[in-house]
Write a protein that binds this ligand. Structure first.
Ligand SMILES: *Cc1c(COP(=O)(O)O)cnc(C)c1O
Length: 483
């Protein structure tokens, strides 16, 4: 065979990669129908299903073809869909849920079909401009000056990593300085900050865990004392990690007080608002987060309090130049894009080069539903949490401090039994029931149940259902107990 014949042979053998209109229509129709059935039933589907993992059988080696997507959907249904946590369920109150807006998935669909190259302005000025407008919208929300820059990341962990790397480079924490540089955090700081330190080569820094007050907020006086002591020992205070809605308890640090403590020092002030950030849209959050704009960097997670499907975080750096200094690189094969330096291309502000066009999945929902709908839903979540907290107290639970945001912690007090094991068993019984999914945490050796009310689908009826499940499970566990 001559080379032309061989080329045509391979062209022929790969035609199925581009389905024609009829085939596309069929594929889309089956996928849309399957997704529709899911959304139509979302209220009654379990929030958690424990199943035999051995049933997971994805038959990765068997090829079907584009006419036969149905058997593939069946595999997804059996092995992925009906097993484990259902994060889209209104009853998902574990960890930090988000829900997953349908309109966002359509943004993703288009982003993938068009496959715009959103890493470089040169390649897709529109896509990069859109992403930068979203970053600016977030910066305005936080109250950041025009010098701020940021990046839309895959999630909060990567966003925290970018912030820490930027701080490290700006403060030139290298070589012998690493072991003298101090990172201040609290027991409520998300573990991804410690993980980021490890990845960033800062594992050997000095880590100071600052005590908390009665509301699980970092104690600014203790922070101040620790900094004084560190300075007198010749250490270099470097990085302060504050929380704007901790994952564990929803605690919001006192940003103004922390700022007062460090404002005359050369410390990078970081606020992790991965969970809490978008509550800034409400007047309650706006008041509670006063001073957040004084931070050098802030992390937000649209896949939490902006209800997006998983896969979107945001990092904002107050002085964007530092972000650019840490992450811009160029290469000969990118010489055509050299003008991009001035356009704030994501590739110059993050570790990524080729990336998913994440902007569309954020912008489409904001455009279609309007900010007011998000604000209302977040206000609803705040009130639902206060309602749950009150009801749990009435039911005899020991509850944590009044929720600052939308995480509530509680434990059932029990005499003559180990309270930790009792609450652990209660958790398992609720998970077995499956209509509501909650998770737990341990604080000062005590086992606490948690409920995080963040999904846009969680409403009053969800919380009432949860309360009735709690009552019936406790009645089963304590037959002599009555409500
Ligand atoms: C979820 C969370 C993170 C981690 O973000 P991912 O998007 O899961 O990577 C960091 N900090 C806080 C406070 C979080 O709630």
């Amino acid at each position: 065979m001559c080379i032309r014949e061989r080329i045509l042979f391979y062209q022929n053998a790969s035609t199925s990669l581009e389905p024609n209109k009829n085939k596309r229509d069929h594929l889309l129709q089956v996928v849309a129908q399957y997704s529709d059935e899911f959304l139509n039933d979302i209220e009654s589907l379990p929030a958690y299903q424990i199943k035999d993992n051995s049933l997971i059988d994805l038959k990765l080696n068997e090829v079907t073809n584009t006419e036969q997507i149905e058997p593939v959907i069946e595999l997804i249904d059996k092995s992925i869909h009906n097993i484990g946590i259902n994060p889209a369920s209104p009853g998902h109150l574990g960890y930090i849920p988000g829900g997953g807006l349908y309109s966002s998935s359509l943004g993703d669909y288009m982003a993938s079909v068009f496959n715009k190259y959103a890493g470089l302005y040169y390649a897709s000025p529109g896509a990069v401009t859109l992403e930068n407008k979203i970053i600016r919208w977030c910066a305005d929300l936080i109250g950041y000056p025009i010098t701020a820059l940021g990046n839309i990341t895959s999630g909060g962990s990567i966003a925290n990593l970018i912030a820490l790397c930027t701080a490290r480079d700006h403060h030139q924490i290298v070589g012998a300085k690493i072991k003298k540089a101090v990172i201040y955090y609290s027991q409520q700081t998300h573990h991804c900050v410690n993980k980021a330190a490890k990845i960033a080569g800062l594992e050997q820094c000095v880590f100071r865990q600052i005590d908390l007050d009665h509301m699980y907020r970092m104690d600014a006086t203790k922070l101040s004392k620790q900094i004084d002591q560190d300075q007198s020992e010749g250490l270099i205070p470097f990085f302060l990690a504050a929380s704007c809605g901790s994952t564990d308890t929803g605690a919001v640090d006192q940003f103004d007080m922390l700022y007062e403590t460090i404002k005359d020092l050369d410390i990078w002030y970081h606020i992790d608002a991965a969970y809490g950030g978008f509550f800034m849209l409400t007047s309650y959050g706006n008041e509670l987060f006063k001073g957040i704009n004084q931070a050098d960097s802030v992390v937000l997670d649209p896949h939490k309090s902006l209800f997006l499907p998983y896969g979107t975080g945001i990092v904002l750096i107050r002085n964007g130049k530092h972000l650019f200094d840490s992450f811009n690189y160029t290469a000969n094969y990118l010489q055509d894009a050299n003008g991009d330096m001035l356009q704030n291309s994501p590739a110059d502000l993050s570790p990524e080069l080729t990336k998913h066009f994440r902007g569309l999945r954020i912008w489409l929902p904001l455009k279609l539903h309007g900010v007011a709908a998000f604000r209302a839903s977040l206000d609803e979540k705040i009130l639902l949490t206060q309602y749950l907290h009150e009801k749990l107290k009435i039911m005899g639970f020991v509850v944590g401090p009044k929720p600052q945001l939308t995480v509530c912690i509680y434990r059932y007090p029990i005499k003559n039994q180990n309270p930790n094991s009792f609450n652990q068993e209660l958790l398992l019984n609720i998970q077995k029931d499956g209509r509501i999914f909650i998770s737990s945490t341990t604080i000062d050796d005590k086992f606490w149940l948690r409920a995080a009310i963040v999904s846009f689908r969680t409403h009053l009826q969800t919380i009432d259902l949860f309360l009735s499940i709690l009552k019936s499970e406790i009645s089963k566990m304590l037959p002599n107990h009555s409500y």
